[in-house]
Design a protein around this ligand. Sequence first.
Ligand code: PA5
Ligand code: NI
Length: 187
Amino acid sequence: MNISIIQPPQVAWASGLFSGGPLIRKSTCIGNLANVFADEQAWQAYPPHEVVYEVDMLDSASTEGALYTGVTHLNPGKVGDEYFMTRGHFHARREQGEVYCGLRGTGLLLLQDEQGAARLEHVFPGSVHIIPGFTAHRLINTGSDILSALAVWPSAAGHDYAALAQGFSVRVVEEGGEARVKEINHD
Ligand code: PA5
Ligand code: NI
């Protein structure tokens, strides 16, 4: 028998850059993030094509039971006093979880349950985040470097952005050079 040994794709841990595999890249710009940041005027003042984050995904199977692997590269920056962040989502299949690992930069992972209770975890190179099912998640870059985090999630999980159309229940802003967490009342 002649068993071939496959060269898998690689990720450079320090930068989160993939090599050696078919990739899909999705860029999200300021203009794609309407109604995400609190300061509408500051959002309008940005060039709409300014990139906020990019997700590189290995082009893998999307069948039930398969897993996707991707790295999010979230640029440093703020809209008004609010740090750049991903849109954030629940999984369409609510019971499906996900694992994030911090690779580069520093920031926060905002987690929120279906009742609106939020919690935050520090993200840093080497941090490991177990996101349970029924939990929305968003990355926030509170540092001055790119925040890169690797994620693995079930291909069948899907994304539900609409459920968070009125926003998460906390916002993270810079105040006096430090990150401050503000609670938002949606009532
Ligand atoms: O699967 C994930 O949770 C990540 O790969 C996110 O999709 C990525 O960080 C981009 O965030 P969002 O999908 O909320 O725009
Ligand atoms: Ni997800």
